[in-house]
Write a protein that binds this ligand. Structure first.
Ligand code: FES
Length: 108
């Protein structure tokens, strides 16, 4: 978890207007941290680290909209709340693991 200074948190809030509709998502960088803004189906804006839990690649390269976020590298997909939706071609122990396997959220 990364904590941002209060003034940086306000920057994220201002940028949240750039994801006005459910399913809108946008990569941003705040205080040197690569983040993703996502407007959920509940209309809440969530902020995730832009790091795919699979192999650490950027999970979102450019802004878009859709029912899920799909990492461009190996196509793991995440629900708009950051929970794992699918992991095609994954062989082995369930990647959900003991604590779940989610895009990690940002807390202030
Ligand atoms: S690094 Fe994202 S699916 Fe593999």
């Amino acid at each position: 978890m990364v904590r941002l200074p209060k003034d940086r948190g306000e920057s994220v809030a201002e940028t949240a207007s750039e994801v006005p509709e459910p399913g809108d998502m946008k990569p941003v960088e705040v205080a040197g941290q690569p983040l993703i803004l996502v407007r959920g189906n509940d209309r809440e804006v969530r902020v995730f680290h832009n790091v795919c839990p699979h192999r650490g690649a950027r999970a979102l390269i450019e802004a878009g909209s859709g029912p899920a976020l799909t990492c461009p590298y190996h196509a793991w997909s995440y629900e708009l709340d950051g929970s794992l939706k699918g992991c095609p071609h994954y062989i082995g122990v369930s990647p959900t693991g003991e604590h779940g396997h989610l895009l990690s959220t940002l807390r202030d």
